[in-house]
Each structure stands twice: as C-alpha cells, then as structure tokens.
Ligand binder design. Sequence first.
Ligand SMILES: Cc1cc2nc3c(=O)[nH]c(=O)nc-3n(C[C@H](O)[C@H](O)[C@H](O)COP(=O)(O)O)c2cc1C
Length: 168
Amino acid sequence: MLDAIKNRRSIRFMKKETIPEKTLNEIISAGFHAPSGHNNKGWHVYVTENEEKLKTLSKLHKWTRFVSNSSAVICVCYDTSELEDFWIEDCAAFMENMLLQATEEGLGSCWIGVRGIEVGGIVMEDEVRKIFEVNSSFKILSLCILGKVANSFNFSKKIDISKRIHKV
Ligand SMILES: Cc1cc2nc3c(=O)[nH]c(=O)nc-3n(C[C@H](O)[C@H](O)[C@H](O)COP(=O)(O)O)c2cc1C
C-alpha cells in the first residue's frame, strides 16, 4: 500500500484503452470502503465511458482538457438528506481510495475539481450535473479520470516533509 501511496501521481496524458469492467468495479469499490463521518456513507457515483461525454467535459476549461484522453470518468456525489456535516471529507476520502486503487491496478488517474469551481463563467457543478444527469438533490465533489498511462511527467511540487512535521 505504501508503494501505491508514494507512486501515485496525477496522470494527465493517457492512451485510449477500455478498462476491464472488473478493474473499474474494484476501483469504485475501493471508494465505497472509505471512512465516513458518523458512518453516514451517503456516496453515489456516476460513471461514464461515453466518448461524447468525455469530449464535452474536456472542453469545459483548461484544467479539464485532459479528460478527452481518459477512458472512464467517475463523478463522486453525496446524498446529504440524512446528514450534511461531513460530505466533503467523505467524498475526498472516497476519491483518494480510488486514486490509490487505480495506481495499484497500474492505471493512471487524476482528480478533477468540481465543487466551487467557476472558470470563465462556466460553473463546473452545473455542467457536470447535466452531463452525468446527477440527481438534483445530490452534492458533487469531483471527478476521477482513469486511463492507461501515456506520459507520467511529474508536475508535483517537492516539499521538505521534515519541516512540516511538528512534534509537540
Ligand atoms: C481538490 C483537488 C482538485 C484538483 N483539480 C484538478 C483539476 O481540475 N485538473 C487537474 O488537472 N488536476 C487537478 N488536481 C490534481 C492536482 O493538480 C495534483 O494533485 C497536484 O498537482 C499534485 O500532483 P500529484 O497528484 O501528481 O502529486 C486536483 C487535486 C485536488 C486535490
């Protein structure tokens, strides 16, 4: 598991290749095994491999343009009807589990932000809700794009962890 944690990178350059259904299901299942505040587990996911939808998503703004290279996109949502308190934390934990499982499966993945993102007048949540036909009462946190790695160029900022650990 530590290997997957250390090797996970946001992959934005992917090759088109159908992801086996079993692999896709394992990745989604990893999400559903995330911890959840008050054990509420209000997650719902919408999954697409539809080329038209991938293209539409990729045209929303500059940080979604990579979506067109991916093979599948998972939209992570939450039904807050029973409890609203921890929906963001719950969905973030769901996302991270999926990114790690994708790494473990040898696939590339990348988090695409949706909640609160507005670029050039495009409100991501509204567009994503339409594209995935998300239930109007569900919250939407983000998208997880998946595909075969074409280029794993590492944009990740290096940080000195030793300066960030404060033992008190
Ligand atoms: C909340 C959140 C939103 C993000 N949104 C985007 C996005 O819209 N597009 C994108 O290409 N990457 C997005 N990322 C990925 C980050 O850019 C990436 O994690 C960061 O550059 C560090 O690189 P690494 O994941 O390879 O360590 C997002 C990550 C997080 C946690």
